[in-house]
Design a protein around this ligand. Structure first.
Ligand code: PLP
Length: 367
């Protein structure tokens, strides 16, 4: 058996090599590289895909989250020092978006089985400073959005979905990005919809927010050389937009392959040392990552590595234990800490062969 890499981006993109080269050539030859037709077309296609009115392309997923919170500040919906509820076990970008805006992240423990925010703990964390909730659809599975939206309505909170890992995930035919007041997506190359470089987008049904965001991503300007806000330069360039339009063609097919592999792992991995992820609705889970837990993860990782299987850890340290967040280090978040200490991600991708999946299952069961 040859080595199984965690994610083979070359093989993933090579499937569409000709179409990608055609898109690249079209942009090269157009002579127009920023804020043009490719971006407009991608934004309409992605908005339609998510089932929302607006998509605003930006430079990356972190900027998407930062800019939504920033726009809510410009619109008077948020102020410095307001609290934002976030799951404690996320990628650090979700927290950075909050602190970057001088807002306070209030860390909520996740559910140990789904790894998403534990909705039973949300209401007790709400204070008169709480203004927003930022659920992260971690590893490809939607958070419990019906319940989160119900709580948000009751307490008048804004909802910003972090959809960086959940392109196309859905529940009752409503997709990730269409549940909150706004959502941030990342198209980092390794995400389920990945560009050939950095890229991101915001989705929303809110016209005023979309308008504000279009200015904020472009120096705060709605109109050339007139600046309404002290904005940023966070634009999704024509080249990445054109490449993303090609990649969108295979997104749903890729998701189906991911789901088949995940199903096999769930049905065929059968080792008492391994905890499998809990799935609330299999058909809506897009399996960005297949994350298992085990008490001696280093041992399992070394064992799999020796047998030619590369695994990764998403993520080794929770945000509140990062040096960047010393001020949060005293928080008591045992569930998040346990998850970060025990998780390990098995390879899952649209270019894996049945033989590779068979082999991984066999090796994990022999551990
Ligand atoms: C990847 C990711 C981001 C950030 O996206 P970038 O495009 O890398 O800036 C944000 N949140 C989560 C949960 C992510 O996985």
């Amino acid at each position: 058996m040859k080595k199984i890499n965690f994610l083979d981006l070359h093989a993933i993109n090579n499937r569409q090599r000709d179409e990608l080269v055609t898109a690249f050539t079209r942009v090269l030859d157009s002579g127009w590289y920023v804020m043009g037709e490719e971006l407009n077309k991608f934004e309409s296609q992605f908005a339609e895909y998510c089932g929302v009115k607006h998509c605003i392309g930006v430079a990356n997923g972190l900027d998407a989250l930062i800019l939504v919170l920033r726009a809510w500040k410009e619109l008077g919906h948020l102020n410095d020092g307001d609290e934002v509820l976030v799951p404690a076990n996320t990628y650090i970008a979700s927290i950075l978006a909050v602190t970057e805006n001088n807002l306070i992240p209030v860390m909520i423990e996740p559910d140990i089985n789904t790894y998403n925010i534990n909705t039973d703990l949300i209401e007790s964390a709400i204070t008169n400073k709480t203004k927003a909730i930022l659920p992260v659809h971690l590893y490809g599975q939607l958070s419990n959005m019906p319940l989160i939206n119900e709580i948000a309505k009751k307490y008048n909170l804004l909802v910003l979905e972090d959809c960086a890992q959940s392109h196309g995930a859905h529940f009752e035919n409503r997709k990730a990005g269409a549940w909150g007041n706004a959502a941030g997506f990342s198209f980092y190359p390794g995400k389920n919809l990945g560009a050939l470089g950095d890229a991101g987008a915001i989705t929303t049904n809110d016209n005023e927010l979309a308008d504000t965001l279009k200015a904020l991503r472009n120096y705060g300007s709605h109109k050339k050389y007139e600046n309404l806000y002290k904005g940023q330069n966070s634009r999704l360039d024509e080249l990445q937009a054109a490449l993303l339009r090609v990649k969108m063609e295979v997104l749903d097919g890729d998701t189906t392959i991911r789901q088949k592999i995940a199903n096999r792992y769930i049905n065929e991995i059968n080792n008492s040392k391994i905890f499998l992820p809990a799935v609330e609705k299999q058909e809506g889970h897009v399996w960005h990552l297949f994350v298992i837990r085990t008490s001696n993860r280093e041992e399992l990782q070394t064992y799999l590595q020796k047998n030619g299987i590369q695994t990764l850890i998403h993520y080794p340290l929770p945000p509140h234990k990062q040096l960047a967040y010393k001020e949060l280090s005293a928080l008591n978040l045992p569930v998040a800490e346990k998850i970060h200490a025990e998780v390990i991600s098995l390879p899952i991708s649209p270019v894996m062969t049945d033989e590779e999946v068979n082999y991984i299952i066999k090796m994990v069961n022999n551990y």
